[in-house]
Design a protein around this ligand. Structure first.
Ligand SMILES: C[S@@+](CC[C@H](N)C(=O)[O-])C[C@H]1O[C@@H](n2cnc3c(N)ncnc32)[C@H](O)[C@@H]1O
Length: 360
């Protein structure tokens, strides 16, 4: 069941800073993954094994409130329907149940209000952290999650402990921090992934599939070199400026750390292998196809980061609208003055298809 954390939900609603209005980049990637989802269903889904269960159960973990979740789940549904048709089983699986799952603080109202009216599935919301059990045993046929697994279950304790060599003084993130900080974050990721996989192994049926799409640091690229972490480094420097101006206290800055980690595909593979509950059927970096992306401008990047980070900055730094505007305007300026955009390819998106192996 859910742990104590309510998480740090994306900006809800449909306003200018909302996730639903600032997640088109993620949609491009979900689009790239569709063909792979179709192939996954065609090649690996043992549909005959499930046909007696009546309904096909899908969940999207970390669904947020924007349109991406509907897009992703309806493409899974279509792929399953097509497979049934191709096997002459269309009369067997009649119904689909989709569970939209996210932290309790997620804007489920906006999510439910914007459910497609012509949907061909039953919809339900499941509140709670995916770093714990969310469903009864052996009930899910397909688990999907995109752009969510870089969120850790929390900040590693050591980085907030003044007496620890991993204390992350004056910083909000790990890429340019000393090695103990990086190690603490990497260990937290490995631990969280283990918990995530154990929970899903209980919930997924025999032969069930799981597709995870997430931002990664390409293998062989240093933490400080990846595009996403360069962006957060820039955000950190904007916060440092605010400390120098006295807008925020040094103490607040020392206490604040982001609970996020951008693993490499290798780290993800090692976590799955160490856990042993799922086997990797496919692991692809979507980076090459991402070349079609237009290079993001400073304003675009500021909006892309504000939607996920506004909540945590309000909660932990007590930022109001004015301070958020100051921070993200400063980010826009610094981004445009910098050469970060040249490194946009130095982050990748990894698609991984996992098949259930064992619950224990
Ligand atoms: C960037 S949004 C991704 C939304 C959508 N899946 C997409 O691809 O556009 C990340 C979502 O993951 C959710 N999330 C992060 N950690 C989570 C956790 N431990 N349990 C459940 N949801 C979580 C956040 O609340 C947020 O809604």
């Amino acid at each position: 069941m859910d742990g104590p954390s309510n998480g740090h939900p994306m900006v809800g609603g449909e306003g200018p800073h909302s996730y639903s209005r600032n997640s088109s980049g993620q949609r491009i990637v979900i689009d790239m993954a569709l063909k792979l989802i179709q192939e996954a269903v065609d090649e690996h889904l043992e549909i005959k094994a499930f046909s007696s269960s009546g309904a096909f159960l899908i969940t999207d973990l970390g669904c947020s409130a924007g349109p991406n979740t509907f897009y992703a789940v309806s493409s899974i549904l279509q792929a399953v329907e097509q497979k049934c048709q191709s096997l002459g089983l269309e009369s067997q699986i009649l119904e689909f149940q989709i569970f939209f799952s996210d932290h309790v603080g997620n804007d489920f109202n906006t999510l439910f209000r914007s459910l497609p009216p012509d949907r061909r599935y039953y919809a339900a919301g499941v509140p709670g952290s995916f770093y714990g059990r969310l469903f009864p045993k052996s009930c899910l046929h397909f688990v999907h999650s995109s752009f969510a697994l870089h969120w850790l279950s929390g900040v590693p304790k050591e980085v907030q402990d003044k007496s620890s060599p991993a204390w992350n003084k004056g910083r909000i993130f790990y890429p340019n921090a000393h090695k103990e900080v990086i190690e603490a974050y990497a260990a937290k990721f490995a631990e969280d992934m283990g918990v995530f996989l154990c929970a899903r192994a209980q919930e997924v049926v025999l032969g069930g599939l799981m597709v995870l799409t997430f931002i990664t640091r390409p293998d062989g690229i240093a933490h400080s070199q990846a595009f996403v972490t360069r962006c957060l480094d820039l955000l950190e420097s904007c916060l440092v400026d605010m400390v120098k101006k006295g807008t925020i206290s040094e103490e607040k800055m020392d206490e604040f750390n982001l609970p996020m980690y951008y693993a490499s595909p290798r780290e993800m593979k090692e976590s799955v292998e160490r856990n042993g509950r799922f086997s990797i059927k496919k692991m692809v970096e979507l980076v090459e196809s991402a070349e079609a992306y237009p290079p993001p401008t400073g304003k675009m990047m500021a909006s892309t980061w504000r939607a996920p980070l506004e909540g945590i900055l309000k909660e932990q730094m007590q930022f109001g609208e004015e301070m958020l505007d100051e921070l993200f305007n400063s980010f826009t300026r610094k981004y445009e003055e910098s050469s970060i955009v040249e490194f946009v390819r130095e982050s990748s998106i990894t698609f991984v298809l996992l098949e259930w192996s064992t619950a224990d």
